[in-house]
Design a protein around this ligand. Sequence first.
Ligand code: DAU
Length: 341
Amino acid sequence: MSAEVWLVTGGLGFIGSNFVRMALRERPDISIVNLDAVTYAANPANLADVMHDLRYSFVKGDIADERAVADLLAHRPFDVIVNFAAETHVDRSILDADAFLRTDVLGTYVLLKAARKANVRRFLQVSTDEVYGHVPTGASNEDAPIAPRSPYAASKAGGDLQVLAYAATFDLPALITRGSNTYGPYQYPEKFIPLFITNLIDDWPVPLYGDGLQVRDWLHVEDHARGILAVLERGENGQIYNLGGDNSRTNLEVTQRLVELCERSFETHVRHVTDRPGHDRRYALDCTKARAIGWSPQHDFASGIVDTVRWYRENEAWWRPLKLGAFADYYETQYSKRGTH
Ligand code: DAU
């Protein structure tokens, strides 16, 4: 019998599935229950390799469904809750933010209430550097004011504030991680890097927003998952920990590299299209706190991006079905009316 049971929400998503795989590998003493609503971005194939692990089980459910969450926690005691479940795509939040408010704010609140009742040992909220908003110079540390500028970022900030309120008011042993832009295997192809790789593999153009000089700090998903595990194990309750990749690049630089790696030409394959409304120009994180508990990113972007392109080339059977049906409709809505920059 395993010593601890961890509830991981959103474990069929990109970062969640990488975390579940890593935690099962590195912590033979735990078992994991994955609560996931199986929304469009979730994919059971992300965890096909752990499906038969006796320490892993799956429950379909929505974190914003109070009764479902209460039933699950009444049925089984959990020592730890890690909340990955979220709507995460900025462009979708600009089209319609209802699901973002429901999952990222209300869902987090429902889980916090349940966690308090269940007396968990740890509650970890997986958040984002986007809550700090645009960072013109320097880097945000965890004391920087939050200034979210997209409906997505505002929803994540709302969730974070509830977590901090529960820690302060009820002494809930809660922590928050704020990760930077994450890339690597199993990322749903609506996001910049997998969208561009899969389009380029298919000899399609790629839509670069505005001048492409926006800066993002790229964190490999294994480093992100390892950072969350480190904070869970060694972080201090009530604290926030930034997890940045230490790999800042403009979108233009990343696009140029992806075009090269996919053996296409910039002139024929890159379209500068109308910018995202309210597009944050730059994110940058100060990760001194996470480094002080022994975490630092291990993947260098130069090799990480080569490996990632290779992974998408070798795993077409994983992503091809994802780009059909509802995705094709979304792509049409998101991109067909975008003019040229
Ligand atoms: O910073 C952490 C955040 O990173 C996470 O909290 C979000 O969930 C995640 O989606 C990501 O947010 P971004 O908005 O930075 O990621 P996205 O992949 O949508 O875009 C990355 C950059 O590429 C951004 O500056 C917009 C640009 N972009 C994106 C798409 C989808 C394009 O130029 N063209 C595109 O088609």
